[in-house]
Design a binder for this molecule. Structure first.
Ligand code: SF4
Ligand code: SF4
Length: 415
């Protein structure tokens, strides 16, 4: 394991150095050519920016809190004066090390995240004062037990019955317990006023990201799906990111279409694409498709609704918003079907691709209901792709995508 980790550390450093070099030279070339650098450049360097922000916050005494799921309300963490940082792993390089403790037949997000822990390659994980871990799927829940042996952790218990009042009451109480934990641990008071202010910041961020996503509704969208996917940050609500989201939005609205009108419009649903694990999205777009909407947690799933800013009880407002995340760990997850109906109406895809990470029973089993909705009710071609973080099946996936696109060609487009 030590040897694997040393290799990962060396590879990670090389990637970081190369990334810096590539970004520097591309900016220099643009400036030399007299063109203004694009506002998208900021998000290309998202990780170094977030790292700088987290280090400086930590030096000033602000705790760093790791999160790994969209059910975890960032607002509570921010109101405790802490910095919420996403720790989800997107790299295949740490997986061999993780498989020393975890089964190989496990979701790559879980293995990659745990491998960052064993290899100590995620600088954010190395600086966390606390991890808030949620009880979503079995794999994550059991992985957290191993992680908690060496990292400070609070387990947030998520009930799984989507439309039950008892579950909602339990969830609200669970968020109150998380508030108490953060207050005690960090010696602060999380007042309603502070919560209201943090909710207003995250609502602004959600609104900006939603407006950016909505530019993809156009017949000829200004961005590729890959570009849109890069417009997100692993730290929530920083002033720098909010400014840049607004700049990108203003810039994007001035752009003519991106020349994508003839591409096959794809709605991508299913499991999230952690930073670095965008391979399926890239294969779709290099095969002549355009991902006009990602329904998953790294796309629009978590930003479709805001938190009620005017609620007298902001904690209850948080509980209501976060309990509604249409994730496959919930039963029954009818909300995902309703969300998809709305997204298909708005984004008018020619087909739907459902991404299932290897060994994710939740998304795998739910895929049958999604297929039925997409093919029978909405009349669109549907493809389920089950894969992991290796690139061994890339050619096979490209073949499936080509066959899917061939089916869409005979169908009239929705305008
Ligand atoms: S897919 Fe579900 S478990 Fe995974 S990050 Fe999203 S909400 Fe959390
Ligand atoms: S993709 Fe599935 S198995 Fe992987 S972390 Fe999310 S819910 Fe768990």
């Amino acid at each position: 394991v030590g040897k694997i980790c040393r290799g990962v550390v060396r590879a990670g450093k090389a990637v970081a150095e190369n990334t810096t070099r590539t970004c520097d030279s591309s900016t220099a070339e643009i400036v030399a050519a007299g063109a203004k650098p694009s506002p998208l450049d900021w998000f290309r360097d998202m990780v170094p920016h977030c790292l700088e922000y987290a280090r400086s916050a930590k030096e000033q005494g602000h705790p760093i809190v790791g999160v790994m799921c969209e059910f975890t309300p960032r607002e509570l963490i921010m109101a405790a004066g802490a910095v919420p940082v996403c720790l989800c792993g997107g790299s295949p390089k740490t997986i061999p090390s993780a498989e020393h403790d975890l089964p190989s037949n496990l979701c790559p997000i879980i293995k990659s995240t745990y491998g960052e822990h064993t290899c100590k390659t995620n600088p954010f994980l190395e600086m966390v004062d606390l991890i808030v871990a949620e009880t979503t799927c079995d794999g994550k829940r059991k992985m957290y037990e191993l992680l908690a042996q060496q990292r400070p952790m609070y387990v947030l218990e998520l009930p799984h019955k989507a439309d039950s009042i008892q579950s909602m009451i339990f969830w609200e109480n669970e968020l109150r317990r998380l508030r108490s934990e953060l207050q005690e641990r960090f010696g602060v008071e999380i007042t309603n006023d502070l919560l209201h202010r943090c909710i207003s910041v995250t609502n602004r961020e959600r609104r900006l990201r939603r407006q950016l996503a909505q530019t993809m509704e156009a017949d000829d969208p200004p961005l590729s799906g890959r570009q849109l996917a890069s417009l997100r940050s692993c730290i929530s609500g920083t002033a720098g990111d909010l400014r840049k989201y607004q700049e990108v939005l203003d810039w994007v609205r001035e752009q003519p279409g991106g020349g994508y009108a003839d591409r096959t419009r794809v709605l991508l649903t299913g499991a999230p694409l952690a930073h670095g694990a965008e391979r399926v999205l890239e294969i779709i777009e290099s095969s002549g498709g355009l991902v006009v909407c990602m329904e998953n947690c790294t796309g629009v799933k978590a930003i479709l609704e805001d938190v009620d800013e005017k609620a007298d009880d902001p904690l209850m407002a948080l509980a209501v918003k976060y309990f509604q995340v249409p994730c496959a760990v919930m039963t029954r997850n009818d909300r995902r079907l309703n969300t998809l109906r709305g997204l298909v109406r708005r984004y008018r895809p020619d087909c739907v691709v459902d991404l299932v990470w290897q060994a994710c029973l939740n998304y795998d089993i739910e895929s049958a209901r999604i297929r039925e909705l997409i093919e029978k009710e909405l009349g669109l071609p549907f493809l389920k792709i089950e894969t992991d973080y290796t690139s061994e099946d890339s050619a096979r996936i490209a073949g499936w995508i080509e066959a899917l696109f061939a089916v869409t060609r005979g169908k009239p487009r929705r305008r």
